[in-house]
Design a protein around this ligand. Structure first.
Ligand code: KMH
Ligand code: ZN
Length: 276
């Protein structure tokens, strides 16, 4: 079991609305404040979605590039850009995210129902995205929303070989309406389906956040938290800042005697190059 816990913060996402969740970081300034607070609280990776001047999700390449550079200048966090974007984003724009020069990116291993929408990740897109990460040396994190996605990950590795950095790290995204449920039994089944030697984090959407966090710590996994996934800290109590969620994850990791991994250690763990 890894002696420390990798904590990823996903502070914004593409779905939550600023007018409904005022603590959501949507400007670069807000994102930088959030990133610094979350690093201080124990995060080592930031999973980034950005917004435009109207707080709507965007994959604008100039804005993404500026965001990557600013996060690198102000924090030691590993900068992982989302290639999932919003359900309305087209494949070409999602592939182009890599041109912003992130350390890492998300790579979702299959299509999934996503509430009333569909989050589309057909095989040809997964394949093209994976090969582009290999060409550019961007370390992918394999997002698993359902058990079949683990099978697609096996296929990807079998056909195209290991990822940039040489290490396979996955994130189990649990409790999306349409994906696998966020409970301990499903987490154990999903972990058993991952490739040999892979490490993994888990995140529970909405009220699955705590059961998934406890199950992940018990099973030797790592954690992702943030307002992309959870807008309530407790019943009737909205999240006041992303750092609250990171602080809670860090405290639970400490209780499990697997304290938060610092960014430098996380780079080694994930095979991410150091830009600092
Ligand atoms: N916003 C979701 C449709 C990712 O970042 O790679 C997809 C998502 C996954 O958030
Ligand atoms: Zn995301």
């Amino acid at each position: 079991m890894t002696p420390s816990t990798l904590i990823t913060v996903a502070p914004t996402g593409a779905e939550a609305r600023k007018d409904e969740a005022p603590a959501l970081p949507v400007t670069l300034e807000e994102l930088l404040v959030t990133a610094k607070q979350c690093e201080e609280a124990g995060a080592a990776v930031i999973h980034v979605h950005i917004r435009d001047q109207h707080a709507n999700p965007t994959l604008d390449l100039g804005r993404l590039t500026e965001t990557v550079q600013a996060l690198r200048e102000s924090t030691g966090l590993i900068v992982q850009l989302s290639t999932g974007g919003a359900v309305t984003d087209v494949f070409g724009d999602r592939l182009r995210v890599l041109e912003a020069g992130p350390d890492a990116c998300s790579l979702t291993c299959g299509t999934v129902n996503f509430g009333d929408e569909v989050f589309a990740n057909p095989w040809p897109f997964m394949r093209d995205l994976y090969q582009r990460t290999q060409q550019l040396g961007v370390v992918p994190e394999f997002e698993i929303f359902d058990l079949g996605h683990a099978a697609a990950l096996h296929r990807l590795l079998a056909e195209f070989g290991p990822p940039a950095g040489g290490h396979v790290h996955c994130d189990l995204v649990m409790g999306v309406p349409g994906g696998m449920p966020g409970d301990a039994a499903t987490l154990v089944a999903a972990v058993a389906a991952l490739p040999e030697g892979a490490t993994w984090s888990a995140t529970g959407i909405g009220r699955a956040t705590l059961p998934v966090m406890f199950a992940a710590l018990a099973a030797g996994g790592h954690l992702r938290v943030g307002m992309e996934d959870t807008l309530s800290f407790a019943r009737g109590r909205p999240v006041g800042a992303n750092a609250e969620l990171v602080e809670r994850a860090a405290a639970l990791a400490e209780h499990a005697q697997r304290p938060p991994m610092r960014p430098r250690q996380a780079r080694e763990f994930l095979g991410v190059r150091d830009h600092h």
